[in-house]
Design a protein around this ligand. Structure first.
Ligand SMILES: [Zn+2]
Ligand SMILES: [Zn+2]
Length: 161
């Protein structure tokens, strides 16, 4: 079965079951995947698709065929199940990883990139800006100390061998 682009009818279908929460469009029906995204099944096509991908296909012109590109949520959107096209952008997996790292630094991240626990004593919040918005990134005090910088360089050296 060939994939084909979604149409306005699909969007109208989504609209009927969508809650609008702080600018986010949250689809009530369908189901949420383990990773927190919302999926629906379009019965007549026997097709499962993510609602944010449908949205990006219709509103942002995402090609469903190009597997190198994916739909990412902008860093200011707090919901993975949101399908508001103004909260989405088409990017790469690297973009997504960067956003998740930045977001993680802001609230969820428990460990630094070198695996140190972000305890209260070990965490310093550093203000950063992205897309004109200010957020605070967690930084690791252990990593910022000289001894572990040496350790990190050594470790990086081994990885590249
Ligand atoms: Zn949103
Ligand atoms: Zn660290």
């Amino acid at each position: 079965m060939a994939l084909r682009d979604f149409e306005v009818e699909t969007i109208e279908l989504l609209w009927r079951d969508t809650d609008f929460i702080n600018g986010c469009w949250i689809y009530r029906a369908g189901w949420t995947t383990d990773s927190g995204y919302k999926k629906i099944s379009l019965g007549h096509r026997k097709l499962e698709e993510f609602v944010h991908r449908i949205s990006a296909n219709v509103f942002l012109g995402l090609s469903l065929y190009d597997k190198t590109l994916q739909v990412n949520h902008k860093i200011e959107c707090p919901r993975k199940d949101c399908w508001n096209p103004s909260h989405l952008y088409i990017g790469t997996n690297a973009d997504n990883m960067r956003d998740r790292y930045l977001l993680g630094g802001y609230k969820k991240k428990k460990f630094c990139i070198n695996g140190h626990f972000f305890s209260e004593e070990n965490t310093r919040l550093v203000p950063r800006t992205r897309n004109g918005k200010i957020y605070k990134e967690k930084t690791c005090k252990i990593c910022n100390s000289d001894s572990s910088n040496r350790y990190r360089k050594k470790k990086r050296g081994t990885l590249h061998e």
